[in-house]
Ligand binder design. Structure first.
Ligand SMILES: *Cc1c(COP(=O)(O)O)cnc(C)c1O
Length: 398
């Protein structure tokens, strides 16, 4: 018989009842160091005092009023995001897919309103992940996710990642923009090179296209900058973010330059829940932490510590790992053995991680983790790798 909770996930037989910082406590009494953060989302870790207090306090006052009224918490959050980024205006929604979908709508609408109704196509990239709505499945272009869901939404042209020539060849009279992740998270911690990202910006300027960055996973401080594209020294025309923005509370955002945002006039786009007082209260606390002086520099420093530990792991266990990659606190181990097997060995040692494309184990701890947490994680990964050695020697013997 089908479970009441629809079985669209192969869930691990683990349930957590509470957490503290980077640690999660399971109902069976075990505790785990969380290097998955609920898929790069619990940016402030678990049981964060200010975040929990602010949510509780706001919940007692008013949670939801709809966007038919002014929402001071949303106005404040939008202003802070504008002050901290390229953007002039922000639209709030509830998830990454929704933010990306809105971003693509903005790109299309801006083309339409500027006399280019024929331009509606958007270039996306192999290995991308943009979400599970019908249009974002088309943007993602992964056969596995598209199969059986009817005609693929039209308007997306997918080309190889980090290949500027392929992008320039794909630009046609119907192209309105480009949507890209600065660092592909689901795709396997694949970084867009600085030259590639700068080349995309230049191509957009040359052909009059809009550059949209999907910062759902690599944004909100994950890489050590507020947004991943900052490392390339570029600014997009529009960006989508979500995951880490609410620290675990669902909220997404579309950030846009005025030249794009101005075409989304009253009634052209909307949401019931998006940007409600409760969600924006949570995100404002996340920004309190992220934008505090020195916090992002600490993410970068901790990222270097993690990278050094991963490099050593790869060097010491070549039968298990092929390479390490990533930036800040979004890193990955490309495995020789099946990534799922390595992930399970890590769990057995008390470390949670998330698998990603290209046979990678993704490591995305809460941004607030401590040096002691990092040291402990490194030990757990070493023990986990040692656990994999018998299986690695079997692979080698084949
Ligand atoms: C997770 C993710 C999404 C989808 O976000 P949801 O909140 O699951 O809809 C989109 N883009 C990227 C880069 C992501 O990592």
């Amino acid at each position: 018989m089908i479970p009441a909770l629809m079985p669209t996930y192969n869930r691990a037989d683990l349930a957590f009842e509470r957490g503290e910082g980077a640690w999660l406590y399971a109902t069976d009494g075990r505790r785990f160091l969380d290097f998955g953060s609920g898929i790069s989302t619990a940016s402030l870790g678990h049981g964060h005092q200010q975040l929990a207090d602010a949510i509780a306090e706001q919940a007692h006052k008013v949670m939801h009023v709809s966007n038919l009224y002014r929402i001071p918490q949303a106005e404040r959050l939008a202003q802070r995001l504008v002050d901290a980024s390229f953007a002039d205006s922000v639209f709030f929604c509830n998830s990454g897919a929704e933010a990306n979908e809105g971003m693509v709508k903005m790109i299309r609408r801006a083309a339409y309103e500027t006399g280019h109704a024929e331009r509606y196509r958007v270039i996306t990239f192999e290995g991308a992940f943009h979400g599970r709505t019908l249009a974002m499945l088309a943007a993602t272009g992964n056969e596995k996710y598209l199969k059986g869901f009817g005609p693929v939404v039209d308007g997306f042209d997918q080309v190889p990642f980090n290949n500027l020539n392929a992008v320039r060849n794909a630009i046609g009279p119907q192209t309105a923009g480009i949507v890209v992740e600065a660092l592909q998270g689901e795709g396997g911690i694949r970084e867009g090179s600085v030259d590639f990202l700068r080349g995309l910006r230049a191509a957009c300027d040359e052909f009059g296209l809009l550059l949209g960055m999907d910062e759902v996973q690599c944004g909100m401080g994950r890489t050590g900058k507020l947004f991943g594209f900052e490392w390339a020294g570029i600014e997009p025309d529009v960006a989508a973010t979500a995951k880490g923005l609410g620290g675990g509370f669902p909220i997404g955002a579309i950030l846009a330059r005025e030249q794009v945002a101005k075409h989304l006039t009253a009634g052209t786009h909307g949401t019931t829940f998006g940007g409600n007082p409760l969600a924006c209260t949570a995100a404002n606390v996340v920004l309190d932490v992220l934008l505090a002086p020195g916090f992002l520099a600490e993410v970068t420093r901790k990222g270097r510590v993690l990278a050094a530990a991963l490099d050593k792991l790869v060097a010491d266990f070549p039968a298990v790992f092929e390479s390490a990659r990533g930036t800040g606190l979004i890193q990955g181990l490309k495995c020789v053995l099946p990534a799922g097997e390595v992930q399970a060995a890590f769990v057995a040692e008390g470390l949670l991680s998330v698998t990603a494309g290209e046979n990678v184990v993704r490591l995305v701890p809460p941004l607030v983790l401590t040096d002691a947490d990092l040291a402990e994680a490194a030990e757990m990964m070493r023990r986990g790798a040692a656990r994999c050695l018998p299986s690695a020697s079997k692979v080698a013997a084949k």
